[in-house]
Design a protein around this ligand. Structure first.
Ligand code: EPZ
Length: 417
């Protein structure tokens, strides 16, 4: 397995263009199943999770090819309505294919997506909504077997939790259902808006995406479209944390500042200078950061849970104490023990982590256990004096495109071996 060898303690500088969003590309790739023909997706990042989605589409019978950062997906000829366990387990968010397969085939069979490093990943909200819309779903022996006897029909649905995945599955299933679907307490993430933009470009009638109530008027069928994926706000937040933790001055391009509205204040509170202009942002950090004090993860537009780990690495070297409250997932602190091996002073009590900033992190050999935890270890190793080794880099490659090249282009000494 690949490891990163990081020679830390250096300031970074230069310019970085932010990759396309993983969490936007995945549901949109699933949604291409609703169109019979060739969809063109621009700004698609090269990630193992995107590759896993392409493997699923090819298994179903679609053709998919990559030209640089553009994906061309032809869903004209498909012959299977199931996803085998080995493909389901490669990526937990494959559940996002459920709504698309039911809508396209009236059938779907897939294994229950396993839990993951963040703890149990229930899909009860996905299943109850699709059942409301007329899908019969049997759950036996870890398998989901779904049939729509007549056709999916619109429904009024209220989500107890503004679940991103459930909102996406419902929007996709409702786009060609008979009648109107209303989602109350829908997730408001930018990736939801991007999915709605893609579906509307295909001829869907979706209003209110990005708000708490989304209305989808079902249409008979959708036509293939081309679409540019939005930039990845979590990759942007991660690189901001790397720049801040190393006292650097970095110019970010290809971002949407509005998507970082709950993230930017945290960096300004920590003493960073942030200048925004159009799709650009310049972040310059003082030698010693102030602690951001309190960070609570919340559904969008609150502080994103996916940025908690990388920002914790920044807090680990800030002056003062930072309290993190992880409200979204049961166990999203697997990076804490590894950060402590790098010299961080962090105590975890349930969903609260208390970080006492230290002057310096010290190099060490550490292991990543999940995607954003891996990113946190890279940020920490960049500001730890000496040579650190990070294993479990396959987690990082799920969501960060060519990360060692991106960091090296900013002057970091990072080698992947
Ligand atoms: C999406 O996961 C993202 N993944 C996650 O990013 C992100 O952390 C999460 O949204 C929250 O923003 C993708 O978009 C592919 P949820 P998702 O459904 O859809 C509970 C990353 O690092 N829940 O909004 O699975 C659930 O357990 C990944 O890129 C139910 O109880 O998240 C969690 O506590 C990690 N029942 C909460 O809701 C359900 O049926 C929010 O989950 C569904 C969810």
């Amino acid at each position: 397995m690949a490891v990163y060898v990081v020679d830390g303690g250096k300031r970074l500088s230069g310019e970085v263009k932010i990759q396309g969003s993983k969490n936007s590309a995945l549901p949109i790739l699933a949604a291409t199943l609703l169109c019979k023909g060739e969809c063109v997706l621009f700004n698609c990042p090269r990630l193992s999770d995107v590759d896993a989605s392409l493997s699923i589409l090819r298994y179903i019978g679609c053709k998919a090819r990559r030209e640089d950062s553009t994906l061309i997906v032809d869903t004209g000829s498909v012959e299977r309505f199931e996803i085998p366990p080995e493909l389901m387990h490669r990526m937990r968010s494959s559940i996002i294919f459920l709504g698309a397969m039911i809508a396209r085939f009236g059938r779907a069979r897939m294994s229950f997506p396993g839990g993951c490093e963040l703890g149990p990943r229930p899909i009860d909200l996905h299943l109850s909504a699709l059942r409301e819309m007329g899908a019969e779903i049997n759950e036996e022996h870890g398998e989901l077997d779904c049939v729509v006897n007549d056709t999916l029909r619109g429904a009024s649905l209220s989500l107890p939790i503004p679940s991103v995945g459930a909102t996406e599955n419902i929007m996709i299933a409702a786009a060609t259902a008979r009648g109107t679907t209303v989602i109350s307490n829908a997730a408001r993430e930018p990736e939801i808006v991007d999915l709605a933009d893609f579906l509307n470009a295909c001829g869907a009638k979706i209003h209110g995406a990005g708000e708490s109530t989304v209305v989808i008027d079902g249409v008979r069928d959708l036509k293939p479209a081309s679409h540019a994926i939005i930039p990845d706000r979590i990759v942007a937040a991660t690189l901001m944390a790397a720049a801040a933790a190393t006292g650097s001055n970095i110019h970010f391009t290809g971002i949407i500042p509005a998507h970082l509205e709950s993230v930017i204040p945290v960096f300004r509170d920590a003493g960073c200078e942030i200048a925004l202009s159009g799709e650009g942002m310049r972040l310059s950090a003082p030698y010693r950061l102030r602690s951001p004090k309190l960070i609570r993860t919340m559904p969008y537009p609150g502080f994103p849970t996916d940025a908690q780990a990388p920002v914790m690495s920044m807090a680990a070297v800030a002056d003062g104490m930072t309290v993190f409250v992880e409200n979204m997932f049961l166990s999203r602190y697997s990076h804490v023990s590894e950060l402590c091996r790098l010299g961080a002073d962090i105590r975890v009590e349930g969903k609260v982590a208390v970080v006492d900033g230290v002057k310096r992190l010290l190099s060490a050999k550490v292991r990543a256990h999940d995607l954003r935890g891996a990113a946190a270890l890279v940020v920490a190793a960049l500001c730890a004096r000496g040579q650190s080794e990070i294993s479990g880099i396959e987690y990082l490659e799920r969501g960060y495109e060519d990360f060692e090249l991106v960091l090296s282009s900013l002057g970091a000494d990072v080698k992947k071996i």
